[in-house]
Design a protein around this ligand. Structure first.
Ligand code: TXA
Ligand code: MG
Length: 335
């Protein structure tokens, strides 16, 4: 593939011409990285089997890992599903458009490759104005995994997308940094009660207000079988430098060692003296922390550190999505 085109748009009021340019590529079966409120996704026409195959190729993604299909309406979601359980209706009412993905039984129109052969499909209606405009203009649901190479960090800017996929995809639509910063909450409503397969910024308490739901249980599987639950590669969402999670005291101890090869991610700035390139201070509010996390890890990777020391965030439900991503990122890379 030749150069990847960068199509810049305003995040809130996307220029229709730019949207049409990207939508045209999608309609012709091409690959376009698109901004969503969570992370950038690598979009293709979900109903076009050969377009979907290109996603797996560009990402080096194992074919056993199914994709999320992005839609512009509940009506469209229902047409991709075989049955729409009461829980799906309630969750969609409460949280769509937004950072929630629903796993339901799939209809026959959904290509096998999208679902990795499973009898279910993951569907999400994003809230990002650019994502919505693109889905509407393309006039088809868009399959879109996070727009990173397999096992690498999810992108929250167009630059992050290009760092992994430049030359491997047709275009990236650049609408600036994403707002949520970590991937959507993934909930299966195939059985009752519903089950959280991947925690996200829509948390257990919010979901429980709407449906009967089981809390998230962390599990991991390898890449050889279609996974019943998402994002469970042992290593997923990882920077290339090894990541070490430590408690606050150990964090401070390592910080004062001033070893230049180490990068740091701390919860809330303490000493102004520690304000230097290899220290990333994130908020003690989980939403702000999530928004900044991947960009911080990307910057430390770019700085060429050999290890990233991360201060463990509080063991509280509000931090569940962040703690999940950090846990996955600490798993050593297997050759
Ligand atoms: O926020 C997000 O969800 C972003 C944006 C682009 O929408 N997308 C995203 O996609 O994170 P991806 O492919 O990186 O992660 C989707 C996860 C995968 O781990 C996959 O295993 C899981 O969803 N998944 C997809 N279809 C599934 C299904 N039918 N059953 C269970 N898990 C499924
Ligand atoms: Mg991903």
């Amino acid at each position: 593939m030749s150069d990847t085109e960068v199509i810049a748009v305003d995040a809130d009021r996307p220029d229709p011409e730019a949207v049409e340019r990207a939508a045209g590529i999608l309609r012709r079966g091409g690959l376009v990285a698109i901004p969503t409120e969570t992370v950038y996704g690598l979009g293709a026409d979900a109903l076009d089997e050969s377009a979907v195959a290109k996603i797996f190729e560009a990402k080096d993604r194992p074919p056993t890992n199914p994709l999320i299909v992005h839609v512009e309406s509940v009506d469209r979601a229902r047409r991709l599903a075989a049955g729409w359980p009461d829980a799906a209706g309630r969750l969609a009412d409460a949280f769509w458009p937004g950072p929630l993905t629903l796993v339901v039984r799939r209809a026959a129109v959904v290509p096998d490759a999208v679902c990795a052969g499973l009898e279910t499909v993951a569907i999400r209606m994003p809230s990002h104005p650019v994502a919505r405009a693109l889905i509407e203009a393309a006039d088809t649901p868009l399959a879109a995994p996070s727009a990173n190479r397999h096992t690498e960090l999810s992108p929250t800017t167009a630059d992050h997308v290009l760092s992994g996929l430049d030359g491997r995809i047709d275009a990236v639509v650049d609408a600036g940094p994403t707002r949520v910063g970590v991937e959507s909450t993934l909930v299966s409503v195939v059985e009752d009660p519903a089950e959280i397969l991947r925690p996200g910024m829509i948390g257990f308490d919010q979901l429980r207000d709407v449906v009967d739901v089981r809390p998230f249980r962390s599990r991991q599987v390898d890449d050889s079988t279609p996974r019943p639950s998402p994002g469970m590669s042992k290593r997923h969402y990882s920077p290339s430098a090894p990541l070490r999670l430590v408690d606050g005291e150990a964090f401070e101890r390592l910080l004062v060692e001033e070893d230049e090869r180490r990068g740091f991610v701390g919860v809330k700035r303490r000493s102004p003296a520690d304000d230097e390139a290899r220290v990333e201070w994130l908020s003690d509010d989980p939403e702000r922390y999530a928004r900044g996390l991947y960009a911080a890890l990307h910057r430390l990777d770019d700085a060429g550190v050999v290890e990233i020391v991360v201060e463990r965030p509080p063991d509280e439900r509000r931090w569940e999505a962040v703690r999940d991503r950090l846990r996955r990122a600490t798993t050593p890379r297997t050759p």
